[in-house]
Design a protein around this ligand. Structure first.
Ligand code: G6P
Length: 603
């Protein structure tokens, strides 16, 4: 949520590099963007509303200062940028980052929420500050400037951070200082260590600087970093002491983080499920056994996640009930605090997240940790905050996922939960075999003919007003997940229901031709699912069946392999394809659905 990128180093095209970095981070927010550049003793800013998309850095315009890029002036260049997902204030140029103070002394980019900004804003207004935007970010810039009257720049940033209630990642530059200061609490910031002397990148996510380096330093909460011509220094803001940081090598490649020949990241990532599932399964089984043992021994286990990862957790509840005959609780990250009275040191929390940076899940972890709960993270980004603060980590190994709508991470998370449920029942090898077979069948299923077949149904339903998805058992949460996918990609009203719940209300929504996707695996629910589907068809519903069998009630059949307990994995894939195709047909951007962002680092 909001992308931040900065460059300090000897290359003489820092703003261009920042623009390219922001393009690679655009999945984090795309309401507006902006770049700040330090040159000629001044800081210059260019901002625009909308997506950075194909913006050509030749068109950068830093206003009347008319500075030319590429002119060698300082030994090192400094530039930073931001792509915004609006929280405080509408999508306007004034509200776009970077934000200046009136005297152009301080400039800042920010990801997060400054919860107590109104109180601080009033204080600063009383002292004479004038604000141009509605953002909480501009208040941070003014507060730093105010502290600078009596303190050094470094101290001013530190003091300001201590006044911010909420989660943040900030980058700050000052007119008369050739340095950049960054600090974080709760929102991600990663330092890329460049190949040249004193060359550093700062970004919200690794893919932004992957073309230049795979050597990184992680900034943890309440830490501050200062970069200038003498190098990089890290500080702990709680102890006010300088600290050492280990440089870590990341094993992601730039090819994995680029679109290649695919039209969009989403279809690339859907296709990658041919191999990602195998990667998720074929890893060290010790950690799976260890977590399964912890679930067995815990008095209470909570599966926690948000959005799609939340739906995966909900599937987990069913998988554990059916396979391991073990009750686990599911809860969305944002709802978790309601369970705080039931948490103790015998509780286990299993967090599911692609990014490992989702604020609601991180907050749930904080609540749990305060009560002595053991935390397990099932994450894609192994070096994320969530992975680093958890007691045990199961990496899903899906590689970078850049489309806002999660696809390959979802099926890999489902595979891990399936494996865990089998391991909990003492049958990890049985689970592994089932998943190996599932992966092989997905490999056969994902081909251009399959996509063309789904395209026909996408063309048929592309103009409908509403559609519904039904499922039972472990496929009920998949119906909910299918609804999210269809909503965010097609912008068509879509809702998921438990098959048995239709007769208690939703049947009233069905009229002649209403498309209903019915998930009908071969399992103990098949008969009831068919009955529920017939009830819809009798009221005029147009039935799209996703099933290994072509049941008579279906008007359109999308075939999926018969994978028994892993049917949630194979059933969501044709819906991912359908949602993608609806986006393309309706001229929506499949990688960047309106109003959304990939990594939601605000509550
Ligand atoms: C956003 C994304 C979803 C994702 C959710 C949780 O809403 O658009 O695709 O499922 O965040 O993200 P996480 O990184 O925790 O899986």
């Amino acid at each position: 949520m909001c992308g931040i990128f900065a460059y300090h180093g000897p290359k003489k095209n820092a703003p261009e590099m920042v623009i390219e970095g922001l393009k690679r981070l655009e999945y984090r927010g795309y309401d507006s963007w902006g770049v700040a550049y330090k040159k000629g003793g001044e800081i210059h800013v260019h901002k625009e509303v909308g997506k950075i998309g194909d913006f050509d850095s030749k068109n950068l315009n830093f206003g009347s200062s008319n500075i030319s890029l590429g002119e060698v002036e300082d030994q090192y260049e400094i530039s930073m940028g931001h792509s915004r997902w609006a929280t405080h204030g509408k999508v306007t140029e004034e509200n776009a980052h970077p934000h200046f103070t009136e005297d152009k002394n301080i400039v800042i980019v920010h990801n997060g929420i400054f919860a107590n900004y109104l109180e601080v804003k009033k204080e600063l207004e009383a002292k004479g500050s004038k604000f141009e935007s509605d953002t909480d970010t501009e208040v941070i810039a003014h507060l730093i400037n105010d502290y600078c009257k009596k303190h050094s720049f470094e101290e001013a940033v530190d003091k300001t951070c201590k006044r911010i209630e909420g989660r943040y990642a900030i980058l700050v530059m000052k007119k008369d200082r050739s340095c950049i200061i960054a600090a974080r609490k709760g929102s991600p910031l990663i330092i890329g260590v460049g190949k040249e002397e004193n060359e550093f990148f700062i970004a919200s996510d690794i893919p932004a600087f992957l073309p230049y380096t795979n050597q990184v330093n992680y900034l943890d909460d309440n830490q501050l970093v200062q970069i200038d011509k003498t190098g990089i220094k890290f500080f702990d803001m709680e102890t006010n002491k300088e600290i050492e940081k280990r440089t870590i090598e990341i094993d992601w490649t730039i090819e994995e983080a680029e679109k290649g020949d695919f039209a969009h990241f989403m279809i690339k990532e859907i296709t990658e499920q041919k191999s990602t599932l195998t990667r998720a399964i074929n890893q060290d089984t010790n950690i799976i056994e260890e977590v399964a043992e912890a679930i067995k021994n815990a008095e209470n286990t909570y599966f926690v996640g948000c959005g799609t990862a939340g739906k995966v957790g909900m599937v987990g509840e069913y998988l554990f009930a059916n396979i391991a005959k073990k009750h686990v609780n599911f809860c969305f990250g944002s709802e978790f605090s309601n369970y705080k009275h039931f948490l103790n040191d015998k509780t286990l929390m299993v967090c599911i997240s692609q990014s490992g940076e989702t604020a609601d899940t991180l907050e749930a972890i904080e609540i749990a940790k305060e009560r002595g709960v053991t935390i397990v993270a099932i994450v894609n980004v192994e070096t994320s905050t969530m992975a680093r603060i958890s007691d045990m980590v199961i990496p899903i190994k899906a590689g970078p996922e850049k489309a806002v709508a999660s696809t390959k991470a979802t099926t890999s998370q489902l595979a891990i939960l399936t494996l865990l449920a089998y391991a909990c029942d003492g049958g990890i090898n049985k689970g592994k075999q089932l998943l190996i077979n599932t992966a092989a069948q997905i490999n056969d299923m994902l081909n251009p003919r399959y996509e063309e077949y789904i395209l026909k149904i996408a063309e048929k339903i592309m103009h409908v007003e509403s559609m519904y998805i039904i499922g039972r058992g472990s496929n009920y949460p998949i119906a909910l997940e299918a609804a999210i996918k269809l909503q965010e990609l097609s912008y068509i009203h879509a809702e998921g229901f438990a098959g048995g719940e239709l007769k208690h209300g939703p049947l009233a929504l069905i009229s002649e031709g209403t498309p209903v996707i019915s998930l009908v695996p071969n399992d103990e629910n098949t008969k009831e699912m068919i009955s529920n589907t017939i009830e819809i068809k009798s009221r005029g519903g147009y039935i799209i069946g996703i099933s290994p069998e072509n049941h008579e009630v279906f008007d359109y059949w999308i075939s999926v392999p018969d994978t028994h307990e892993s049917s949630p994995i194979v059933n969501i894939i044709p819906i991912q394809i359908l949602a993608y195709q609806l986006a393309v047909l309706r001229k929506n951007d499949p990688d960047k659905p309106r109003n959304l962002a990939k990594s939601v680092t605000v509550k």
